[in-house]
Design a protein around this ligand. Structure first.
Ligand code: TGC
Ligand code: FAD
Length: 388
């Protein structure tokens, strides 16, 4: 039998189809060459690698689940494995793909008009265009139902006013999917970058997800034609339904960051000597490594199970919450533990662990914080809502 793989203690690889394994390998090889050697510098200089966008498109990673409009039509497990490999390089790459595919494209695909889909989806799938998804506002994050951005009818069209905050890809987006309050409830709008009255401002001073573009979207008497509305989106249900897709990707993605941290710490523990022997020989270090391995492999089992449910059309939003809460928590624990094993090197950008740990602080906050997913599950198991 083959030697035990510490990152696949349960032989989950054997449960993947040939196609799923091929997707994972292709993405991994691409990132080994195009991302891993450079990613620490992107993080340090606070720069997203825009030159990779068309290559992500060529690989079919943008709108990967869509079966039409240039999407690759991949199953949920393949999409998850791609997210895992992307985030093993840096959460910024997985974030880009999540926002482009699972949020912007998903919203247009589900709720857009034929014209909106025909115009934007093929461009977004190839990476010719970039999309973003504006739900959060400066004063309304966990509770988007209280959003203040408004869209008012004006003659044949709409006038958008308000500010969206913390928007991934905002400053590089060719099109923003924006959620706003109207007289008929919350609706979605498709806002091209060059629309008068629409500006963006990139957020500076981030200590996490530094290789990702995060921006403010400002709408000041922004005039839109009547057909900018996503005609099939009605109420908060529409944006929240897109979040299920992106949250699902995070269930896998976070484990990519965790795997990189675990493998770095394991290698280091075998090589680094103190008191005349490898630090990996000390019981305390072994306990940490085993703890990390157990968390990582349990997380992978959970991700694969949820992926199979999703492919059978049975995955419920509450189960997505359980996966996001559990796997991001595990990934953060692994990243922070890895940091301790590396000693002083653990704080250096020469090693990936603190970069991943810092990135995971954003991952635990966006797409629903730990607390929000706890309360979604709390409601599911008690039948009592903590929110209202
Ligand atoms: P509530 O009354 O529960 O629901 C309103 C309507 O929405 C429906 N719904 C869902 N539908 C599909 N999927 C889900 N997950 C859904 N959750 C709720 C619900 O059935 C209802 O439908 P209807 O037809 O009856 O009206 O809404 P609420 O206002 O009480 O809020 C519930 C809560 C707190 C769970 C929700 O607001 C929430 O999830 N808050 C967290 C906000 C969040 O996650 N924001 C993410 C912004 S995007 C982002 O972070 C991108 S980062 C990506 C990256 O860079 O990778
Ligand atoms: P708040 O909602 O103010 O929460 C602050 C704290 O209070 C949290 O700990 C929270 O859990 C807790 N809290 C809130 N309500 C409750 C409650 N009822 N019970 C208990 N505790 C509670 N948004 C987008 O729309 N699009 C994007 O592309 C996007 N990208 C992002 C990228 C990054 C790097 C980051 C950091 C955020 C991004 N976000 C994006 C925003 C993200 O979704 C929000 O930050 C998140 O939903 C939390 O909102 P908030 O930051 O306003 O925190």
């Amino acid at each position: 039998s083959r030697p035990l793989d510490p990152s696949d203690l349960l032989d989950l690889r054997d449960l993947l189809s040939d196609e799923e394994r091929a997707v994972q390998q292709t993405v991994r090889r691409f990132l080994d060459e195009a991302a891993h050697p450079f990613v620490a510098e992107w993080f340090e200089t606070g720069r997203f690698p825009t030159h990779l966008i068309p290559r992500l498109g060529e690989l079919g990673l943008l709108g990967m689940r869509l079966t039409d409009y240039g999407g690759a039509g991949a199953n949920a497990v393949s999409y998850g494995l791609a997210c895992l490999e992307l985030e093993a390089a840096d959460s910024a790459l997985r974030s880009f793909v999540s926002v482009q595919g699972s949020l912007a494209m998903e919203a247009l695909w589900r709720y857009g008009s034929t014209e909106q889909k025909d115009h934007w989806l093929p461009r977004l799938a190839s990476g010719e265009a970039v999309g973003c998804f504006g739900l959060t506002e400066p004063d309304h994050g966990s509770d988007p139902s209280a959003m203040r951005t408004t869209a008012r009818r004006n003659g044949q069209g709409w006038v958008l006013n308000g500010t969206k905050m913390w928007i991934t890809n905002g400053g590089i987006a060719d099109v923003a999917v924006v959620w706003a309050r109207t007289d008929d409830g919350i609706k979605g709008f498709c806002v091209p970058r060059d629309t008068p009255g629409f500006t963006t401002r990139d957020l500076r001073g981030k200590l996490s997800l530094r290789a990702s573009v995060t921006s403010e979207l400002i709408f000041d008497q922004c005039r839109l034609p009547h057909d900018a509305e996503l005609p099939k989106a009605r109420g908060l249900r529409a944006p929240l339904s897109c979040l299920n897709e992106a949250r699902y990707g995070i269930i896998w993605g976070a484990l990519g960051a965790a795997r990189t941290c675990f493998e770095t710490a394991l290698r280091y523990a075998r090589e680094r000597e103190q008191f005349g022997k490898p630090i990996g020989a000390f019981q305390l270090t072994q306990e940490k490594l085993v703890d990390m391995a157990v968390e990582l492999n349990r997380g992978l089992l959970l991700a694969l199970h949820l992926g199979r449910l999703k492919d059978q059309g049975r995955l419920r939003p509450e189960q997505v919450s359980m996966g996001k809460l559990s796997n991001v928590r595990a990934a953060l624990h692994i990243a922070r533990t890895a940091r301790t094993i590396l000693g002083a090197n653990g704080i250096s950008s020469e090693y990936p662990v603190l970069r991943h740990a810092n990135n995971l602080e954003s991952v635990r906050t966006y797409e629903g914080t730990d607390e929000i997913h706890t309360l979604i599950l709390g409601e599911a198991i008690t039948g009592l809502s903590a929110f209202r």
